[in-house]
Design a protein around this ligand. Structure first.
Ligand code: AHR
Length: 504
């Protein structure tokens, strides 16, 4: 089988915002406790941060990390997590019915995020709390000195303000499971007034208003339209969340789910642009897709666990072991995000460690990389630059939900900095390899610098503590002709092809 991607460096979607490769750390299960923070671990630094985990996070080059939730934030008070650790209260976290010791809080997170070279995407509680709590937090974090909250921070040993730039106004407030769930009118008004007060404290901040918590929410996209009527002027981004799963064991349907993501993004854009037109606004609302990933393997077991008793801190929850087919879908989802780089400016793979995560940190043991780590790493490292219009022609297969779906999902990113053209491609054909012809209409990118391929013996193969058996390898299966390069994409594979000029 053959497919073609035509590449013209003048057909540009947009410059990719680096923050498209963000992630998420929530006080949930073992993400914080025994994930990023485990003072007893042999690799722990003087702050109790696991250095083995830090190394794996640094290798992903994650530029922004959302914190502290998620559902957790909607009944959390950040004030419990500051000041002398021995004076901090142990609380019952209602979202995950877990004991929260508050030994890790805002200032610890800020210190840790510096070690992984990431900016925070801070979320305020608009479930049980509101305006006062949020504006105090901005004052604590962003003002230099001379006010109650900024001076309190200084008494906690942090002289320089954290200067947190981007803030989320609550989490999934459309969801009936959310503590303090609200109607669009209730949320819209509260978010607007909270955002107004936060921006009065620090006018330089950016705000994310809550969009729908998933595509299938019955209130989507009316929620977006109604809430934006209130928040359009105060917000800079609207959030999107969605998780995917191979619920009925049909891999071909599963691997087509990025088609749904693109529908989701297009509808959110349309809702935003409708409100923009109604308000005669000159501002275009950008998208912050701050929770996306695969989450289904253990969902039922976790539900059972949480419905029983209150869980001790660091109980394993949402620990998914990702398969090869999950990595293929993550690759396809990343391509969809790049395709929409003109409007999606921030995105966070949820989450970073242990909880639905690319990295697993064994308690007291070693940290290792899941299958999904690798496509994410490829795109984060090499997908920065200008996303080019993907003109792909590929044979298709018939999906029950989406009709004809191309076997090859692909996009190219032009990196002016590295003088490279990088093609990302998923071959969704489970039976056959496909020769992808990269046809260059402009630019002198005729040398394959590297072709990384990820395949597996079976679609359900996973990595584990014992070994990262699924990882990319270098492929030499390519040939050049006068119109471009042809690369062989093995069946059911993820591929990254870096092209340079002949001179390289
Ligand atoms: O990431 C896990 C959970 O998924 C988050 O807490 C919540 O926001 C979403 O429903």
């Amino acid at each position: 089988m053959n497919a073609t991607i035509i590449i013209d460096k003048d057909f540009q979607i947009a410059r990719v915002d680096d923050r498209l490769f963000g992630s998420f750390v929530e006080h949930l299960g073992r993400c914080v406790y025994t994930g990023i923070f485990e003072p007893e671990h042999e690799t722990a630094d003087e702050n109790g941060f696991r250095s083995d985990v830090i190394d794996l996070v640094n290798a992903l080059r994650v530029p922004i990390i959302r914190y502290p939730g998620g559902n957790f934030v909607s009944a959390y008070n950040w004030e419990d997590g500051i000041g002398p650790v021995e004076e901090r209260p142990t609380r019952l976290d209602l979202a995950w019915r877990t004991l929260e010791p508050n030994t890790f809080g805002l200032n610890e997170f800020m210190k840790w995020s510096k070690r992984v070279h990431a900016d925070p995407l801070m979320t305020v509680n608009l479930g049980t709390l509101g305006i006062d709590n949020a504006r105090n937090m901005v004052e604590y974090c962003n003002l230099e000195k001379g006010t109650y909250w900024s001076d309190l921070r200084r008494t906690h040993g942090i002289e320089k303000p954290h200067n947190i730039r981007t803030w989320c106004l609550g989490n999934e407030m459309d969801g009936p499971w959310q503590i303090g769930h609200k109607t669009p009118m209730e949320y819209g008004r509260l978010a607007r007034e909270t955002g107004k007060a936060m921006k009065l404290v620090d006018p330089s901040i950016e705000l994310v208003t809550c969009g729908s918590s998933k595509y299938i929410m019955p209130t989507f996209p009316q929620w977006e339209v109604e809430t934006l009527e209130h928040t359009y002027d105060i917000a800079d981004y609207i959030s999107m969340h969605n998780y995917y799963g191979n619920w009925d064991g049909n891999t071909s349907e599963y691997l087509a789910l990025n088609v749904e993501v693109e529908d989701f993004i297009h509808t959110v854009k349309a809702a935003c642009d409708y409100v923009k037109a109604k308000k005669r606004s000159s501002k275009t609302m950008m998208i912050c897709f701050d929770e996306w990933n695969i989450w289904f393997h253990n969902k039922q077991e976790d539900k059972k666990l949480m419905s029983q008793e209150i869980l001790p801190t660091a109980t394993p929850l949402l620990e998914e072991y990702y398969t090869h087919e999950d990595a293929l879908l993550v690759g396809a989802l990343l391509i969809s995000l790049l395709k929409n780089a003109d409007r999606v400016k921030i995105a966070c793979i949820a989450q970073l460690v242990n909880v639905i995560a690319p990295i697993i940190a064994e308690k007291g043991g070693k940290a290792w990389r899941q299958t999904i780590y690798f496509p994410f790493q490829h795109v984060s490292l090499y997908g920065r630059g200008i996303a080019l219009e993907p003109m792909v022609s590929s044979p298709t297969y018939e999906s029950d939900r989406f009709g004809p779906v191309p076997y090859v999902e692909s996009i190219a990113v032009l990196s002016e900095e590295r003088k490279e053209l990088v093609v990302f491609a998923v071959n969704r054909n489970l039976e056959e390899p496909i020769d992808l012809h990269v046809e260059l209409r402009s630019g002198n990118f005729r040398t394959v610098i590297d072709h990384q391929v990820m395949t597996a013996n079976t679609l359900k193969d996973t990595n584990s503590c014992e070994g990262e058996i699924i990882r990319p390898v270098h492929s030499k299966k390519h040939a050049a002709d006068e119109r471009g390069i042809t690369v062989s994409l093995p069946k059911a594979s993820w591929n990254m092809i870096r092209l340079g000029s002949c001179k390289q």
